[in-house]
Design a protein around this ligand. Structure first.
Ligand code: ADP
Ligand code: ZN
Ligand code: ZN
Length: 737
């Protein structure tokens, strides 16, 4: 049989398998099946949605063994050439299966094979009588009264099933009765995926000279590739700079992509952009439901929405007329995906901008060391804002509280407790922070501050509680847990860092009549819960807020007068080489939360090490001065960004299997100029019943590392022991845990 058209499609399927799969293109799709179109293909006994990655004239497999494509889903590509190129590059850089990478770029409905077009859904809206009626007149039908009030007070003019599901149980029957009374009507609408143009525009403030200079620099670079780092203290008006530049890009008829950390993408932020920009804005984030995400994605990729604000995965949204990418809070950990396809959205944004020949602007008060290093090597241009934008805000008073030998209750010293009650008495709000990032138990002496440093490395040992051993996760040294402090001989060893819940309980007991709100992963799992809690805090309905680093960025709490950081020791002596960097970022970001309103702010940090040199550098010369010193240490210790790292991780139910697997991996890794550390248990060795081990791979050059990984990962995948473990490769890991 001969074909007169390229009849082989190389297809990516959403499975954790390396490589593409060849299929025959049936005659009916001849010459109209393109790269970037979805197809339905048989795979084993299943039918899968696949993505055509290329169309070829021949296959390297026996053609008689190939199966034909069942159906072409898209007439036109859903993923543009530039996105496909970015995805291919990403799969190769992160050594992750291409199919999973490609499908992570699509919203759920498209992954499932739904048509790539806006889709209308059933929704409910008030009728004129429904709008006019005082709901209480419905009398004893309490559920109907409550539902009608809910619809009348909603910010949306139409509500979808997902809205009701979020807030009500058994809402369908009473809603049907409201429809029968002609108070509510059923409609079909395309859910707004953002994309509204708000009416009245708010006038921008007059930018100060630093803001003007920063904005000018980026505006001059439009139309070509260039990377900028905008380093501005919290409240210095970085967002105003973004808005000013965006105005220019929109006037040039181009689109803008703004990436923000998960936690900062609140309705307030979107409103702020909508109130200022005279254009359609689409937002893409995890709190959207599938229909909203679908709409926003379609509007963005059709060029209909001109600005897209989104979290990490929005990076892969096709934007036909993209002219600028902005990454706000570029140091934020949420830009790195920590499972599956472990990509860093900031790093990939640079790749996308370079391919597309457009500028990319990274903004932060506390840039990542990687970014500062890129400024030093001339890859990024540095722009600085050193003054606070708004007229009220002034920097808070920051002090260290030595807690050695002081009475502590569940991680809070009596001195801090006194301060808390003093601020509450004066009608101030209190914010208490815990650093949970990369938490690994650490042993410390409460009398003298002794910690378990490794005698062979520049790292701290981690306490493995189940076998009562201290272990260095860099070199593998082990020690027994001492009964007394080796330095002062007191029996006063503690594990610093109580959890948020314990602190909440302790404070509730101490201040029974005070309103306390805890904000962490556990208390904000439900959709909308975080927003609600933030709103309450902002409105002053809460006296004490307890939170993790989730709360550190981007939020304005005008009534906060006292910020307490409970466990900086955890960061100072982290088992992770990035521990001090994260800690400094947290301290600076958190301090930025105090004194944003009219009342002056105060920041108190509890520590067993008030003399710690890094703390003093931070307090005396700010984040930049601190970073300069800390980066020197990184260089000496040969850690990233001065070296390139990957971690091969395994997670198993039977402890020995993880070690055996990684030993075999290590044996298969014979490459020049590669250093291996491990296999070793992860600092947090057990999680959810599984044992976690890791092998760290380091090279002086990026090329060397990737050359080795390219040969090595396929070998690892072939190992027999690989079938008995869950394993993954993490390139440029952000956390050692
Ligand atoms: P950042 O993004 O750096 O934290 P924002 O852009 O949110 O800072 O600005 C902080 C506050 O200062 C906002 O209320 C903003 O409207 C205000 N602001 C920023 N720049 C100016 C300016 N040039 N004049 C007056 N107010 C400003
Ligand atoms: Zn001691
Ligand atoms: Zn060591």
């Amino acid at each position: 049989m001969s074909y007169e058209y390229p009849h082989i499609a190389q297809v990516a399927v959403p499975l954790p398998l390396y490589g593409l799969f060849d299929y025959l293109i049936p005659a009916e799709y001849a010459n109209c099946l393109f790269k970037g179109c979805r197809v339905s293909v048989p795979f084993g006994r299943k039918q899968l949605v696949g993505m055509v990655m290329s169309v070829a004239a021949e296959s390297s497999y026996l053609e008689s063994r190939l199966r034909p494509i069942s159906e072409q889903i898209d007439k036109q590509p859903v993923l543009s050439e530039d996105i496909l190129k970015l995805l291919e590059w990403s799969a190769s850089y992160y050594h992750h299966p291409q199919g999973e990478v490609v499908f992570s770029a699509l919203p759920k409905w498209l992954r499932q094979g739904e048509p790539a077009q806006l889709k209308s859904l059933k929704c409910w809206a008030l009728t004129a009588p429904g709008r006019a009626l005082d709901a209480d007149e419905l009398g004893r039908a309490t559920k109907q009264v409550a539902l009608l009030k809910y619809i009348q007070n909603a910010t949306h003019t139409a509500l979808y099933a997902e809205h009701f599901n979020n807030d009500w149980t058994n809402w369908r029957a009473p809603l049907k009765l409201l429809v029968e009374k002609s108070l509510v009507q059923v409609e079909e609408r395309v859910p707004a995926g953002g994309g509204s143009v708000a009416g009245e525009k708010i006038k921008p403030p007059q930018l100060n000279q630093q803001q003007i200079d920063a904005a000018q620099a980026v505006k001059r670079a439009l139309g070509g590739y260039q990377a900028f780092l905008l380093q501005g203290i919290t409240g210095s008006g970085k967002t105003e700079v973004y808005l000013d530049i965006i105005d220019q890009v929109l006037a040039d008829n181009l689109q803008v992509l703004v990436l923000v950390p998960e936690i900062s993408l609140t309705p307030q932020l979107i409103q702020r952009f909508e109130a200022r920009l005279n254009t359609k804005i689409a937002s893409l984030h995890s709190a959207l439901n599938d229909s909203q995400r679908h709409s926003a994605w379609i509007q963005a990729s059709a060029g209909d929405a001109r600005v897209v604000i989104g979290t990490r995965s929005a990076l892969f949204t096709p934007l036909p007329e993209l002219g600028l990418i902005i990454i706000d809070e570029e140091h934020d950990g949420s830009f790195k995906q920590q499972e599956g396809f472990r990509y860093h959205a900031r790093d990939l944004a640079l790749v996308r901008a370079r391919n597309k020949k457009i500028p990319v602007l990274l903004g932060s008060a506390t840039p990542a060391f990687e970014s500062l290093n890129n400024v030093n090597t001339g890859q990024y241009q540095l722009l600085k804002l050193t003054e606070r934008g708004s007229r009220f805000a002034r920097p808070p008073k920051v002090s260290l509280l030595d807690v050695c030998q002081r009475p502590m209750e569940d991680g809070i010293s009596s001195r801090l407790l006194d301060k808390i009650s003093e601020h509450i008495k004066n009608n101030g709000q209190v914010l208490l922070f815990l650093n949970r990032r990369g938490f690994a138990p650490l042993l410390m002496c409460h009398e003298c501050g002794w910690t378990t440093a490794c005698s062979r490395c520049d790292a701290n040992m981690t306490l493995h509680q189940h076998n009562q051993r201290l272990r260095c996760h860099h070199c593998g040294s082990e020690k027994n847990v001492p009964l007394k402090c080796p330095q002062c001989q007191q029996e006063s060893l503690i594990i610093p860092g109580a959890g948020t819940e314990r602190i909440e309980n302790a404070l509730t007991e101490k201040f029974p009549e005070v309103k306390i709100s805890r904000i962490d992963r556990d208390t904000t799992r439900r959709k909308g819960e975080l927003d609600k809690k933030l709103q309450q805090a902002r409105a002053g309905e809460v006296d004490i807020l307890i939170g993790t680093q989730m709360l550190a960025k981007g939020h304005d709490f005008p009534n906060v007068t006292l910020v307490g950081i409970l466990d900086i020791d955890q960061g100072l002596f982290s088992a992770d080489f990035r521990g001090t960097e994260y800690m400094a970022q947290l301290i600076v970001q958190v301090s930025g939360r105090a004194g944003r309103g009219e009342k002056p702010g105060e920041v108190i940090m509890q520590t067993h090490h008030p003399e710690h040199p890094m703390l003093h550098v931070l307090l005396e010369s700010g984040y930049s001065g601190f970073a300069k010193e800390a980066i020197k240490e990184r260089k000496l210790a040969r850690f990233p960004p001065y070296t390139y790292m990957a971690i091969l991780r395994s997670s198993v139910l039977v402890k020995e299997q993880g070690q055996v697997f990684l030993e075999e991996c290590r044996a298969a890794c014979n490459f020049a100029d590669i250093q291996l550390f491990g296999p070793l248990p992860a600092p947090m060795e057990r999680r959810a019943g599984r044992f976690r081990w890791q092998l760290i791979i380091v090279a002086d050059e990026r090329k060397t590392l990737h050359g080795a990984l390219r040969h090595w990962i396929p070998e690892v995948a072939k190992l027999k022991s690989a079938n008995r473990v869950r394993w993954s490769i993490d390139v440029d890991p952000q956390e050692m845990f």
